[in-house]
Design a protein around this ligand. Structure first.
Ligand code: ADP
Ligand code: MG
Length: 212
C-alpha cells in the first residue's frame, strides 16, 4: 500500500462516479439540492490532476494530501466528511511501518469512519452515507478478526454496502439537507449512501484485481 495504490483507488472511484453521474444527480434532486455528485467529481478531478504528487507519497501522506485537496474542492456537507474519512485513515495508518495486514486495513478504515461520525454526528438510521460506511467498517472488522481471505473481504464488503445503501430508501432523514423534507424524504435512496456504496464497490474490485 502506497501512493500508487491510493491513486488507483481514486481512479476506480472516478470511473464509477462518472458512470453513475445522472443517477446520483437525480437522487440528490429528489431529497437534496442536486449538487452532491458534482461536488464529488470536482474533488476527484482535482485529485486526478495531482497524480504525480500523490503517487510519489507513502500511503498515509498520500491519503492526507488527497484529504486536504478534497476539503478545498468538494464543498457542501460532504467535503468536510470525505476529508475526515481520508484524514482519519491517514492518522491511523501512520503508526504501522510494516506491510499492511488485513487487520490493519480494517482498523484504518474504521478509524476513518469514526472520524466522519465525529464530524457529522450521524449514526446508523439517519439516511446518510453513514448507513453504508458504518456497516461496512463493522463487517470488515469481523472478517479481519476471523482471518478471512482478502478475496472473501473484497467480495463481502460490496454486498454489505449494496444492501445498506438500498435500506436508506425507506428511512426518514434526520441529518443533512434531506431532513428538512421530513416524511417526504422517505422513498428515495440517499445520494451520499449511493456514492459511498459505488466507491466501495469500485475500490474493492480494483484492489482485488491488483492481487491477481
Ligand atoms: P449538501 O447537503 O450540503 O448539499 P452534499 O450534496 O455534498 O451536501 O452531500 C449530501 C450527502 O451528504 C447526503 O446524501 C448524505 O449522505 C451526506 N450527509 C449529509 N449530512 C451528513 C452528516 N451529518 N453525516 C454524514 N453524512 C451526511
Ligand atoms: Mg447537495
Amino acid at each position: 500500500m502506497n501512493g500508487k495504490t491510493v491513486m488507483a483507488c481514486i481512479e476506480a472511484a472516478h470511473a464509477t462516479l462518472k458512470e453513475h453521474t445522472d443517477e446520483i444527480a437525480a437522487l440528490d434532486q429528489q431529497i437534496g439540492d442536486g449538487d452532491h455528485i458534482f461536488n464529488l467529481l470536482r474533488g476527484i478531478d482535482a485529485l486526478l490532476a495531482m497524480r504525480a504528487e500523490i503517487e510519489a507519497e507513502a500511503f498515509a501522506s498520500a491519503l492526507d494530501l488527497a484529504a486536504s485537496k478534497l476539503l478545498s474542492t468538494v464543498g457542501g456537507s460532504s467535503g468536510p466528511l470525505f476529508f475526515s474519512l481520508l484524514h482519519g485513515m491517514a492518522k491511523a495508518s501512520a503508526a504501522s511501518a510494516h506491510a499492511m495486514s488485513l487487520a490493519d486495513a480494517a482498523r484504518i478504515f474504521a478509524a476513518g469512519v469514526d472520524a466522519v461520525a465525529q464530524r457529522g454526528k450521524a449514526g446508523i438510521g439517519s439516511k446518510t452515507m453513514m448507513d453504508v460506511l458504518i456497516p461496512v467498517a463493522s463487517r470488515f472488522a469481523e472478517l479481519a478478526d476471523t482471518n478471512a481471505a482478502p478475496e472473501a473481504v473484497f467480495d463481502a464488503l460490496p454486498q454489505v454496502a449494496q444492501a445498506n445503501m438500498l435500506a436508506t430508501r425507506d428511512m426518514l432523514a434526520t441529518k443533512g439537507r434531506a431532513s428538512f423534507l421530513g416524511e417526504r424524504s422517505r422513498g428515495h435512496i440517499d445520494p451520499g449512501a449511493r456514492s459511498s456504496q459505488l466507491m466501495i464497490e469500485a475500490v474493492c474490485a480494483r484492489l482485488a484485481q491488483d492481487r491477481e
